[in-house]
Design a protein around this ligand. Structure first.
Ligand code: ZN
Length: 243
């Protein structure tokens, strides 16, 4: 079985479509897993929700997903994120709201736990250091865990007592074996590792490898839509730097 793993789409439909086109060019994928933040920041939240529904993606909730439907106070977010969420909330249909309301905080799929932030704090914690990874290995019982939220593709491996971290590049895959691993596939809609290309992963249960892919997309098209929508300019600009 082959699984496409997407995170942090953030209303960037152009990036999402480029990723789906890239997936379609490869061997067939059996299921799409989404690690939350379908909406927020980007100009086409409703369209991204519709596409995830159409694809029957297995999706968990992100902090922006619940922020957009008023389940957490917008004061929790920085001012530009909050401004984009207020804009997003106005664009959502009642069916979009229901979709976001019904997203679970975690999902288990075979050997994997799917979560947006971290196993110990599914909506809010960033697993960004070996320290946070080490602590979080105690909070899930599956062998592997997939996280989003940081928008940075990284793998943490538990080797005996040591935790190692590794930046994920498109060239080399991660062999998933006995050792426990936390993997972040990076962001589809707003990468922050300095590479502005959309990021996603594929896990192939036949060979046991997770592989990262980066995809060029028409960043300018998304930026134009954001400007037209009146979304904050800092959010528009960061798409081209990937930071
Ligand atoms: Zn996010």
């Amino acid at each position: 079985m082959r699984y496409a793993i997407l995170a942090d789409i953030h209303g960037n439909l152009t990036a999402l479509k480029a990723v789906l086109d890239d997936i379609a060019k490869q061997d067939k994928v059996d299921e799409i897993w989404c690690l939350g933040d379908v909406v927020g920041y980007g100009p086409e939240p409703s369209e991204c929700i519709s596409l995830m529904k159409k694809l029957n993606a297995v999706c968990v909730a992100g902090n922006h997903d619940i922020g957009a439907i008023g389940q957490i106070d917008l004061n929790y977010f920085n001012p530009t994120a909050a401004e984009a969420l207020e804009w997003t909330a106005e664009k959502l249909s009642p069916l979009d709201v229901r979709y976001l309301e019904e997203l679970p905080k975690t999902v288990e799929k075979g050997d994997f736990l799917l979560v947006h932030g971290s196993p110990s704090s599914p909506l809010f914690e960033y697993v960004i250091s070996t320290g946070s990874a080490e602590r979080n290995f105690n909070f899930f019982h599956t062998r592997y865990c997939l996280v989003g939220h940081t928008h940075i593709p990284l793998a943490f491996r538990q080797e005996g007592r040591a935790i190692t971290s590794r930046a994920l590049l498109p060239v080399a895959g991660v062999a998933l074996g006995e050792e426990r691993v936390i993997i972040n596939p990076g962001a589809v809609g707003q990468p922050r590792d300095g590479d502005p290309r959309a990021s996603y992963g594929i896990y192939d249960s036949e060979d046991g490898f997770f592989r990262l892919y980066r995809v060029d997309y028409n960043i300018r098209a998304t930026q134009d839509k954001m400007v037209q929508a009146g979304l904050p300019l800092t959010l528009v600009m960061r798409l081209e730097t990937g930071k």
